[in-house]
Write a protein that binds this ligand. Sequence first.
Ligand SMILES: [Zn+2]
Length: 191
Amino acid sequence: MTGRTHDLAAFTAVSYVAVTHTLEPMSLATLIVSFTACMVGGLAPDIDQPTADLWHRLPAGGIIGRIFTPFLGGHRFISHSILGIFIFGFLARMLLDFMAPVVLVNMTIVWWAFMIGFLSHLVMDTFTREAVPWLFPIPIHIGIPPFKALRIKTGSMVEKSIVFPGLLLLTFWIYYANYHKVLDFLRHYIK
Ligand SMILES: [Zn+2]
């Protein structure tokens, strides 16, 4: 999937989780940082791909990406697996705890938002031709549906004309169906 689709999928996922759970009151800063963390999480697994949108969004990212990515083993490697979820989750938690005394937001909420974005990426990639090595280091790529030819090609018409608009509709529906809950949250839970 392209970076654009991953961004949207991360947003859809975090929106769904937010409306289906009872959230605790949080500051506006926490809300904004959490959404940002979710978007970063939604692109983070492609850290193993020098051409990834993630790298192009960073200054000099293209060059850094090419230096850094061989150590992660090429596209769809450790960062696209259950093991990767634990490693990135652990590293993100350490980084956030380190920043906690300086950045005054609820880091637990920010961490969850990052992880939701991260997981949404792996789920979306599962529907693509390359599939996902969920069980790394066991070298099998797991995809849905199981037949490669039926899966989505990254950047293809199917992704652009069905997957992306489908996610967009789903996101609108999530907010539309939970309109009162969202309003109530914004009014009473944002400090
Ligand atoms: Zn990916």
